[in-house]
Design a protein around this ligand. Structure first.
Ligand code: TRP
Ligand code: ZN
Length: 887
C-alpha cells in the first residue's frame, strides 16, 4: 500500500455522521441544458456525532446558485464552496433548514451518473455516489431521509414525470407550457435510492394485490412502440412480488411500483425505491428479438431489483464496505427465485458456472479482494463478481451450515430487527447466531479473507477392515495485501456411491478423534474447520466413489484424488445432478489441461471410452434436456487457463478445447444428429424453462456436430439460420456459422444485419458474435465495426457488446502474442475514460488475468497497463484498476 493515498477509504475509519437529515424537499425544474435543483434539507446534529463539527456536504461538478438558512440568505462569509464540497463551518446547534439551489446540464452528463439524458428522456443514477452530482448532500448510505420531490418540465417534452414513493399531486402551470408532479416517499431512505424520470414514454400497466389485500398499481415505461416488448418483464415482476410473499413473507409497501427502461445505462438495473430504472436490455423481449438467455436475464434482473425492496432498501447498508450485505443477499434471493421458477438443479449448475468463470478468475488475479473489502479507492470498482456472486455463496453456505429452518428463523429476525436501519454484515450474522445458538465468528472470516480455498480430498480404502479414510485439507493462496491465510469453515456435502452406483449409508466413528458428529452424518455435511481433517467411515463393503461438494456446498476449488474411472462413474450415477455435472467438468478439465500443456495424458483410453459411453447414455435418455446441455458444455477457455494457472498459452487452450469438442461431436454424432432433428419444435415459441431447455440441448448438439465436421455443420447451421422462427435458434445458428471461416459466415452476418438494422439490442448480438470470432482478422473486424453506424462509444451496451466481448470473451485475440489485442483495449480505455470512467474501468479489468500468461504475452500486457498508468488526468476509476493490476 502507498504511504500517502488521499483516495483511500478505510472501513476501520468509519464514524457515525455528525449531522442527520430527517427530511428532504426537492424541487427540480427539468431543462436539457439548464436544470434547476432546489433542495430543502431538515438538518440536525447527530447526538452521537462530534460536538461542534462543521457541516461538510459532498458535491461533484456542481454549480451553486444560492443558499438560505432557515429562510434567510446565508452570507457568503459563512460558507465555502467548490464543485466538490460545501463547507458550513459553524452551523446552528439547534435543528435548522438549509435550502440549496443548483444548476445542472443533463445533456453534458456522459458519465451516466447523477441526472442525465437517455434518448429523449431525463433519468438518474445515484448509486453509489451519484446523488452528489444532483445537489450538495451528505452522500453516504447511513443518512436516511423522507423525500418529497416536485418535478417540473415542459408538458410536451416530458408528459411523464416520476419519482420515488407515491404520487401526491400533478397539474399544469397556468399560462405556460409547463406542468409538474409531486411525489412523496414515506420510507426513510439513503440518497443513493433517489430517482427521477421525465420524458415522453409509452406505458404498460397492471395491478398486484398483496397478501394483505392492498392493491398496487404497476407500470413499466418504455420508448413508444416498445410496449409489447415489456409484457414478459411485467409477468416476471408479478411472479417476483408473489414469491417474496410466499418464500419470505415480505409484502410490497407503496401504492405504486414503477419501472423505466432506458437505453443508456452503466449497469444492469437499479433498485431505486418504488422507481426501478433498467437497462432496456433487461426489460424488452419478443420471441423474434430476444433469446432464451435474454428472457432468463430479464426474469432474474426484474426479480433482483424488486427483491432489493427488502434487502437493500428497507434494510440498507451502513457504509459501502457493506455492499455485499444487500448485493450478496439479493443475488442469493434472485437465484432462489429462479430455482423455484425453473429447474433447481440446472439453475444451480448455471450459477456455479458463472461463479467459477467470473469470481474464481477475479480471485486468481491482481484484482482479488474480500467479499467485504476493508479499503477502497473507488467504490464503483467493487461492484464485482466477488461482492455479488461470492457474496451470494456465503449466504447459501450459511444456510447449509445452520440448516433450512434455522436459516429461515434467522432471516426473519433480520427483517424484524434491522428494518428501517442501515446495517452491517455483523448485524446480519448476529441474527443467525441467535437463531442457531452457534458462534459464527469463524464463519465471518469468509467475509474478510480473499481468495478461493483449495480443498483437497484423498481417500484410502482398507478392504479388510472395511473402512474408508478421508484426508481432507484446505489451503488458500496469498492475495494482494493478504499474504497469510487462515483455515475457513467449509461445509462439504458428501455422499458415498457403491460400485453398483447406489448410495451407501454414512457410518463413521462418532465424536472420536477421527470421527464425525452425528449431525454431520445425518445431514451428509462435513464441516472442515481446520487446515486438515481425517475421517474414517466404517462398514464399507467395497471401495466406494466419494461424492463431495454436492450442490456446490462451498465456493472452493476441489482438488480430487478421484481416479478418472471414479469421475466417470459419478458423472453417470451420482444422485446429485450438480455433482454429476461437476464430475464431467473435472474429467474434461483433466483432458483439456493435459492437451493444452502438451503433456501426453498417459492416454487412459479406457476411461475416455467410458466417459464417451456415459455421455452417450445421458444424451440417449436425455430425460432432462437443459441438464444434458450443461453436461455437454465444456469448461470455458478462461476456466481452463485458470486451471493451468501459469505460463498460459491461450492458443493451446483454444486448440485443446476445439479438438475435444470435435471428438465429442464425432463420438456422439448419431445421437446428436437425432437430437438436433427431434428437438425441433414446430410449436409457437414460448420462453418457459422446459421449451428453453430443449432449445438449449438442440443448439448444443448443433455446436458439437459443427465442431466435428465443418461442412455438415455449415449445412445444418445454415438451414437452421434460414428457417428459424425465434431469435434463440437464429442466433445459435449464426454463432456456429461464425466459428467456420468462409463465405457462408459473411453472408449470414450480412443477412442478419439487414434483417435487424435499427434494432440496437439485436445488433448488439451481431456485434458480440463477431467480436468473439477466435480467428486472426477479428481485431480488424472489430475496428471496422467501431466505425460503422451500428456502434457508438457513448452507449455502454454497444461498448460492452463489441469491445467488452472482445476483451473478456475472446481469449485468443485479446491475448494475441504480438500485443495487438492489449494495445487495442488500452486505446479504447483511454478514449472512453474522459466520457465514462465506470465503463472504461470495467473494460480495463479484462487485464486481471495478465499475470498468468506466458512471458511473451505478459510483456506487452504489462507495457499496455504501464502506458495507461502513465497517462495524464486518468479518472480515479481507471487509475485504481491500473494500479492494482500492476501492483
Ligand atoms: N444496485 C444495482 C444492482 O445491483 C447496481 C447498480 C446499478 C450500480 N447501477 C449502478 C452500481 C451504477 C454502481 C453504479 O441491482
Ligand atoms: Zn443488486
Amino acid at each position: 500500500m502507498r504511504t500517502e493515498d488521499p483516495q483511500l477509504v478505510r472501513l476501520a475509519d468509519y464514524r457515525p455522521p455528525d449531522f442527520l437529515i430527517d427530511r428532504v424537499a426537492l424541487d427540480i425544474k427539468l431543462d436539457q441544458k439548464k436544470t434547476r435543483v432546489t433542495s430543502r434539507l431538515s438538518l440536525r446534529r447527530n447526538p452521537i456525532g462530534r460536538a461542534g463539527a462543521p457541516l461538510l456536504l459532498d458535491g461533484d461538478e456542481l454549480l451553486l446558485l444560492g443558499v438560505t438558512l432557515d429562510g434567510q440568505p446565508l452570507d457568503t462569509s459563512r460558507y465555502a464552496v467548490t464543485p466538490e464540497k460545501f463547507t458550513f463551518a459553524e452551523p446552528p446547534e439547534a435543528p435548522f433548514e438549509l435550502e440549496i439551489e443548483i444548476e445542472l446540464d443533463p445533456s453534458a452528463n456522459t458519465k451516466l451518473m447523477g441526472l442525465y439524458r437517455s434518448g429523449s428522456a431525463y433519468c438518474t443514477q445515484c448509486e453509489a455516489e451519484g446523488f452528489r452530482r444532483i445537489t450538495y448532500f451528505l452522500d453516504r448510505p447511513d443518512i436516511l431521509s423522507v423525500y418529497t420531490t416536485r418535478v417540473q418540465a415542459d408538458r410536451k417534452e416530458a408528459p411523464v414525470l416520476l419519482s420515488n414513493g407515491n404520487p401526491v399531486e400533478h397539474g399544469d402551470i397556468p399560462n405556460s407550457s409547463m406542468h409538474y408532479a409531486i411525489w412523496y416517499d414515506p420510507f426513510p431512505k439513503p440518497c443513493y435510492l433517489f430517482a427521477l424520470v421525465g420524458g415522453d414514454l409509452g406505458r404498460i400497466g397492471d395491478t398486484f394485490t398483496t397478501m394483505s389485500g392492498r392493491k398496487v398499481d404497476l407500470a413499466i415505461y418504455v420508448e413508444h412502440g416498445n410496449e409489447p416488448r415489456a409484457a414478459y418483464a411485467m409477468d416476471a415482476l408479478k411472479r417476483a412480488m408473489r414469491w417474496d410473499e410466499t418464500a419470505y413473507g415480505r409484502e410490497y409497501d407503496l401504492d405504486v411500483f414503477n419501472i423505466v427502461a432506458v437505453s443508456d445505462f452503466n449497469m444492469g438495473a437499479m433498485e431505486n425505491k418504488g422507481l426501478n430504472i433498467f437497462n432496456d436490455k433487461y426489460v424488452l423481449a419478443l420471441p423474434e428479438t430476444a433469446t432464451d438467455a435474454d428472457y432468463a436475464g430479464i426474469e432474474r434482473v426484474i426479480a433482483h431489483e424488486y427483491l432489493h425492496n427488502w434487502t437493500g432498501n428497507r434494510i440498507t447498508c451502513r457504509d459501502w464496505f457493506q455492499l455485499c450485505l444487500k448485493e450478496g443477499l439479493t443475488v442469493f434471493r434472485d437465484q432462489e427465485f429462479t430455482a423455484d421458477q425453473r429447474s433447481r438443479a440446472v439453475q444451480r449448475i448455471a450459477d456455479v458456472r458463472t461463479l467459477r468463470g467470473q469470481q474464481f478468475s477475479e480471485d486468481a488475479g491482481p484484482l482479488a479482494h474480500s467479499v467485504r473489502p476493508d479499503t477502497y479507492r473507488e467504490i464503483n470498482n467493487f461492484y464485482t463478481a466477488t461482492v455479488y456472486e461470492k457474496g451470494a455463496e456465503l449466504v447459501r453456505m450459511l444456510k447449509v451450515l445452520v440448516g433450512e429452518d434455522t436459516f429461515a428463523r434467522g432471516i426473519k429476525l433480520y427483517f424484524a430487527r434491522c428494518d428501517g436501519t442501515a446495517a452491517t454484515v455483523e448485524d446480519f450474522l448476529a441474527c443467525f447466531e441467535v437463531s442457531s445458538g452457534r458462534d459464527l465468528s469463524h464463519f465471518a472470516l469468509w467475509y474478510k479473507q480473499a481468495g478461493t480455498p483449495s480443498v483437497a480430498i484423498a481417500s484410502t480404502c482398507d478392504e479388510r477392515a472395511k473402512t474408508l479414510t478421508l484426508e481432507i485439507s484446505q489451503d488458500t493462496r496469498p492475495t494482494p495485501g493478504q499474504p497469510d491465510k487462515k483455515p475457513l469453515i467449509v461445509p462439504l456435502a458428501i455422499g458415498l456411491i457403491g460400485a453398483n452406483g447406489a448410495a451407501l449409508p454414512l457410518k463413521a466413528e462418532v465424536d472420536a478423534f477421527d470421527g464425525a458428529t452425528q449431525s454431520e452424518l445425518s445431514r451428509g455435511v462435513l464441516e472442515l474447520t481446520t487446515a486438515r481433517r481425517h475421517i474414517v467411515f466404517r462398514e464399507i463393503p467395497d471401495r466406494p466413489v466419494v461424492s463431495v461438494l454436492r450442490g456446490f456446498s462451498a465456493p472452493v476449488q476441489l482438488v480430487q484424488s478421484a481416479t478418472d474411472e471414479d469421475l466417470v462413474l459419478q458423472c453417470a450415477c451420482d444422485s446429485d445432478r450438480c455433482a454429476r455435472w461437476q464430475a464431467a467438468q473435472s474429467y474434461a478439465t483433466r483432458l483439456l489441461v493435459a492437451a493444452a500443456r502438451q503433456t501426453p495424458v498417459g492416454a487412459n483410453q479406457a476411461s475416455i471410452a467410458a466417459f464417451g459411453e456415459a455421455l452417450r447414455q445421458i444424451v440417449a435418455t436425455s430425460d432432462d434436456p437443459p441438464f444434458t446441455a450443461q453436461v455437454l458444455t465444456l469448461p470455458s477457455e478462461a476456466d481452463i487457463a485458470r486451471e493451468i494457472g501459469e505460463n498460459v498459452d491461450p492458443d493451446a487452450v483454444y486448440l485443446a478445447r476445439q479438438s475435444l469438442r470435435a471428438d465429442m461431436g464425432r463420438a456422439l454424432s448419431r445421437e446428436l444428429t437425432r437430437l438436433h432433428r427431434d428437438l425441433d419444435q414446430n410449436a409457437p415459441y414460448s420462453p418457459d424453462a422446459r421449451s428453453a431447455g430443449r432449445r438449449a440441448l438442440r443448439n448444443t448438439a448443433l455446436d458439437l456436430l459443427a465442431a466435428s465436421d465443418d461442412a455438415a455443420g455449415m449445412r445444418l447451421a445454415k438451414a437452421q439460420f434460414d428457417a428459424a422462427t425465434n431469435m434463440t435458434d437464429r442466433v445459435a445458428a449464426l454463432g456456429v456459422l461464425c466459428l467456420i471461416e468462409g463465405e457462408a459466415r459473411e453472408e449470414a452476418l450480412d443477412d442478419f444485419y439487414k434483417r435487424y438494422a435499427g434494432d440496437a439490442l439485436v445488433i448488439d448480438k451481431w456485434l458480440t458474435l463477431q467480436a468473439i470470432i477466435p480467428h486472426a482478422g477479428t481485431l480488424d473486424r472489430v475496428r471496422r465495426l467501431m466505425r460503422s453506424d451500428a456502434f457508438s462509444m457513448g452507449n455502454p451496451n454497444r461498448v460492452r457488446a463489441l469491445i467488452g466481448a472482445f476483451a473478456a470473451g475472446n481469449q485468443r485475440q485479446f491475448n494475441a502474442p504480438d500485443g495487438s489485442g492489449y494495445e487495442f483495449i488500452g486505446e479504447c480505455v483511454l478514449l472512453l475514460d474522459p466520457k465514462n470512467p465506470q465503463v472504461a474501468a470495467r473494460l480495463l479489468s479484462a487485464f486481471r488475468t495478465w499475470r498468468m500468461m506466458e512471458p511473451k504475452r505478459r510483456r506487452p500486457a504489462e507495457a499496455t497497463l504501464q502506458h495507461i498508468q502513465a497517462a495524464q488526468s486518468l479518472s480515479p476509476d481507471v487509475r485504481d484498476i491500473a494500479d492494482r493490476s500492476l501492483a
